[in-house]
Each structure stands twice: as structure tokens, then as C-alpha cells.
Design a protein around this ligand. Sequence first.
Ligand SMILES: [Mn+2]
Length: 338
Amino acid sequence: MNLEIIKAIKGLLEIPQKIVIIPHKNPDGDAIGSTLGLWHYLKGKGQDATIIVPNDFPKFLKWMPGSEQIVNFERDSSAAKALINNATVIFTLDFNHLGRIGQLQPLLEDSSATFVMIDHHQEPDNYSKITYSDVSMSSTCEMVFNVIEGLDDVESITPDLAISLYTGIMTDTGSFKYSSTTSRTHLVVAKLIEQGAKNTEAHNKVYDTNTPSRLHLLGCALKNMVILEEFNTAFITLSQDELDTYNFKKGDTEGFVNYGLTLEGIVFAVIFIENREEGIIKISFRSEGDFSVNEFARANFNGGGHTNAAGGRSDVSMEETINQFKALLPQYKDDLNA
Ligand SMILES: [Mn+2]
């Protein structure tokens, strides 16, 4: 990675700072893993550091060492505000524009702290003084490893730090199978295991956490799947009523969207999930090959992300959203059949 970035980060950490680390809203494995990994590192260096999440994160990540010390802005907004106001350095991890942190956005916009962005999403904003942005990276966790390596501290990685980064790489690469997984990713993971990451434990704790109601919800989602062979596309809908029927808990629909891609020939998979409270349809897009769901989500559904994984939203009803979606497909037909 870029030596200037390492130099700049090194310079920041030469003196004691008041550090806040922030991941995106609805934090996933990479968001929690990378913030915890960095947090363990900074604590190890004697720095005063706190992680603030914009809102809660799924239960299947709550076993991670240090996660109990994460400040949830929705629950402890006054503590979070004080920490942000006093911060001299703010690391923003796994996102690249301040619109991704919900209610925290105005607080960060008013902050005079030095901002450091570490992120692998496309088209970064320029709010940070130090920007480590690389869309070729498997995960933000891999990038945090690169920073630690750049600072010549790999041998100081503790088991708690190692398992944090391991877990984020594991979840963001679909257990090391997405195309973003490089030989370098495997080398990083190998080093993390060497430093004490208990890999089997991470897999069990993240993936073997089904509840009967989640499996029933999955059954419902799969039953609702619509396959549009003409466009090599499969989509799933879940209404708020269906979520309620199966006692939906945050994180329960994680991974559902990927089932569409396991069908032979399907290159584009989508899940539409109604959120009555927010009055929106939350959308996840996945693709195989060159079809860019980042561009599709940006152009049509107020979202974005990566080439093969993106998110978006719709402010109209499920029925209207599905109609809009179907009406869009013909103009992408050539790309979807490439
Ligand atoms: Mn990520």
C-alpha cells in the first residue's frame, strides 16, 4: 500500500489521541471486524479509542472480543456525542460517504478531528484527510491488516485482533469464495491464523446460528422467489407481514439474496424487503461476472456498493417497486445475457 498513507497514520499515532472509530449503519461482519481489529490495535499502542456504531449490529457478531464495549449511538447518543465532540482523530471504516452513517452524519460534519478513511467501496467522497481507498480489496479488514503491516506491527497482532480481522474477511468474501478473494487475501488469513485466530470457531459462531423461525423465514423467501429466465435474473420479496409471521430479528435475512445465484444460468439476484417502520423497501443486489450491480443500484435505486454486491432502497410500495424493477430489465438484457 501507499507509503504516504502509512507515514501519515504513523504521524497521527506518535502522540496520544482521542480516537473514535465508526463503521457504516447496519454494520456487517466486515464493519464490526475491521473496527474491532483497529480498536484492539490502537489500544495495544496505548491510545484512547472507542468504537461508535450508528445503530445495533446482529447477534451473530456479538461474541467478538471487545464487541461488548462498542457504543451504540441509538442507545447512548449523549455518550456518543461527547466522544465525537472530544475526538482528535476519527477513523471511518467500511464506507466512503457520510450519508452511510445515519444520524451520526451531522456530528461528523461538525467535528474538527482529523479524519482517516479505510474502505473498499467505489467512488469515495473526499471528507477525510487521510484516505486509504482501494476497491480491489476483499474487505476493509484486509486493509486494516495492510495498515498494521505497513506500521511494521504484524507480529504484535493478538488473538483477539486476529479473530476480528479474520471474521470480517470471512464474511465479506462469502468464506473466501467471491472473486475479490486473492492469493494475498489467503496470505493475510494465514498470518491471522498464525497469530491466534481460531478460524473454525469464527465459522461456527457466525454461520451455525440458525433459529427455527429464521429457517422458516428462509423457506418463505425461497417460496417467493421469481425466476426471470429471459434476463438470467431471480428475485425474492419479503413483506413486513411475512417478516412478522416468522418473528424476524435483525440479521435474519443475511445471505438470502445469494440463493438466486446458486441457480444455473442466473447472474443477477435481488431481494426486496419491506420495512414498514421506515416506509421503504430495502433492496440487496448480487451478481456473477461482469454485470455491475453497483451501477444498477446507483442508477435506479438510490444505492451502490461493489460490482457484484450492492444495496439500494425504494420509497414506493412493494408492488410498484417490483413493477419498476421488471420494467428496467429489458434495457439491461444484453448485459445480463453476455
Ligand atoms: Mn466491507
